[in-house]
Each structure stands twice: as C-alpha cells, then as structure tokens.
Ligand binder design. Structure first.
Ligand SMILES: [Zn+2]
Length: 292
C-alpha cells in the first residue's frame, strides 16, 4: 500500500485537540474535541479507536462520538490499560447515554498487537510521555502492520506448478514465511526516543509540539518532541513519508512551514514531509503538497 493511498483526516493542535482518522483501515487514533463535527458521517466508518493517553485534548470528543456511533460491538475502543480516566468515561457514558454501553473497551499494554483486519494488526508501544514505572501503561504509541506470507528466497525461481507441488508435499511453512510490513507509525505525545520502532515504516505520524529546543520550554513533567528531534530521527531511519502533528498554537502556519523547510534542507531530508497545522482540519493529509 503506497503512502498516498492512506486517506487521512485529522485535527491536531497541542493543548486543544487531536484526532486522526485513517479511512481505508477504519482506524481512529485519539478522540479530541471537535471529532464528530470534523468527521460527520465519515465517523460511521470507524471500526477501532486507539487512544494514546488520557490528556483531555485526546479524549474530550468521546462523549458525542460515542453517542452518535456506538452500536453492537462497534467501534472497539483500546486504551493504555492503567488509565482509570477511560474507565470513568466509559462508566459515565453508560449512564448518561445508555445505548453507548454496547461498544467494547479493552485496556492494552506495551507489545500487545490487536488484529483489526485479517492481515492487519495495531501494536501498542509504550512511550515516555507520562513518567511512570516500567510495567505501568499510561501512554502508548501505535504501529499498524500488514502481514503476508512470502515465498522463501530459495524457491523464488520455481514456477507455479512446482511451488504448488512442494507446498502440498512439505507444507506452507516449508516454502513460505511470514512477512510483516510497517504501514503506519503513530506516536502519542512523547519525546523522540524510539528510532528502532519506526525504522522501515511507510508513513510516520509524529508529534512535534515545539519547533526547537529552548530552555524552559519542555521542562514540564510530561515530555514532548521538538521538530528538530523528529526531523533528525527521520533522516537517520528509513521511512517513506512523515506527517507532523500536535504543533503548539504559539506558532503560526508560516513559522512552522519555514522551520520545516529550513531544517529539512540542513539535514538533506528528501522524503515528503506533511503537517497538520494548528487550528485546521487536514483532509487527505498525504495527498496534499508536501511542505518541504
Ligand atoms: Zn496532547
């Protein structure tokens, strides 16, 4: 699946709201304020919702979204398993809008992979936004992967008949192996620390709250990324495209675009870099003009 095939509708501005919808996979990541008004009827296509962490800018759209869309076993909600906020929300909504209680909620942890389509999984990756001991899961990033069986290299010169014969005689595992492709990586709110998780991902959607490190800017307990760190990582790993989200509204669109262009030039980063700019709903994010 090529990057430009992902139809992504999203809003993401630090402090206010983040939600990202990947249409062909029926996946919604986070559920900030304005989600239902932004997606309208498209919200009906959401099959699974993956919540990254319980900050209010990532969950405040749940009430209306659930009221309009929850129905027998749909959508399925996943959240970091030690976040009580999501359990309180679910319990409140089950009383406030009783019909919403038909949708399942599942707490998940680092490494857990949820099958969302026969060949596609979403894997939870623990991140370091919220300082909690190892083994406690309050903030997650996610990795969407597609799994296929691939012919082992040793058999690639055989014709169809020979392959079928061998498969029949020795079994599928003898001639082919499982191959996983990383389609989309989505960081939660977090500092840049996870190069290895995102390497060889087609599309990385990463937060970039601040344009560059400045003394005092990122010294809150809950850590964020800088554009500088994200672009540096993107230049050191193999990805096909980068979609930046969660910019601080202290920056204008022009400041963000200028910073992206300048830093991409300095790093000689040539993959397309897209951005969800503050205050704007971005439609078909990966089919727009790259910023760089
Ligand atoms: Zn946030």
């Amino acid at each position: 699946m090529a990057t430009q095939n992902f139809k992504i509708t999203a809003f993401s501005t630090a402090l206010f709201s983040t939600w990202i919808f990947v249409e062909e996979l029926g996946l919604l990541f986070d559920a900030g304020d304005g989600l239902s008004a932004g997606l309208m009827q498209k919200a009906r296509k959401v099959k699974q919702v993956f919540l990254t962490h319980p900050d209010r800018d990532h969950l405040a759209g749940l009430l209306q979204f659930c009221q309009l869309n929850n129905r027998a076993n749909l959508p399925h909600f996943y959240y970091p398993k030690d976040c009580k906020s999501f359990e309180y929300m679910q319990a409140f909504m089950a009383r406030f809008d009783k019909h919403t209680a038909v949708s399942p909620w599942t707490g998940i942890e680092d490494g857990q992979a949820i099958r969302v389509k026969p060949n596609t999984t979403v894997q939870a990756i623990r991140n370091e936004h919220i300082p909690v001991p190892l083994g406690v899961h309050k903030s997650l990033s996610y990795l969407v992967q597609q799994h296929k069986r691939k012919l082992k290299p040793a058999f690639q010169s055989l014709n169809g008949q020979e392959i079928a014969g061998l498969a029949k005689e020795k079994g599928q595992d003898f001639i082919s192996e499982q191959h996983s492709e990383k389609l989309i990586g989505i960081s939660g709110d977090c500092p840049v620390r996870q190069f290895e998780h995102w390497d060889n991902t087609k599309l990385l959607i990463h937060e970039a709250t601040f344009l560059e490190e400045q003394p005092g800017l990122n010294n809150k307990q809950n850590k964020h990324s800088t554009l500088t760190d994200v672009l540096q990582m993107a230049s050191e790993i193999n990805i096909e495209a980068l979609l930046l989200k969660h910019f601080s509204s202290r920056y204008s669109a022009a400041q963000i675009k200028t910073a992206i262009r300048k830093q991409c030039r300095a790093l000689k980063l040539e993959i397309p870099v897209y951005a969800i700019l503050p205050g704007e709903i971005k439609r078909d994010a990966c089919n727009s003009e790259p910023i760089n």
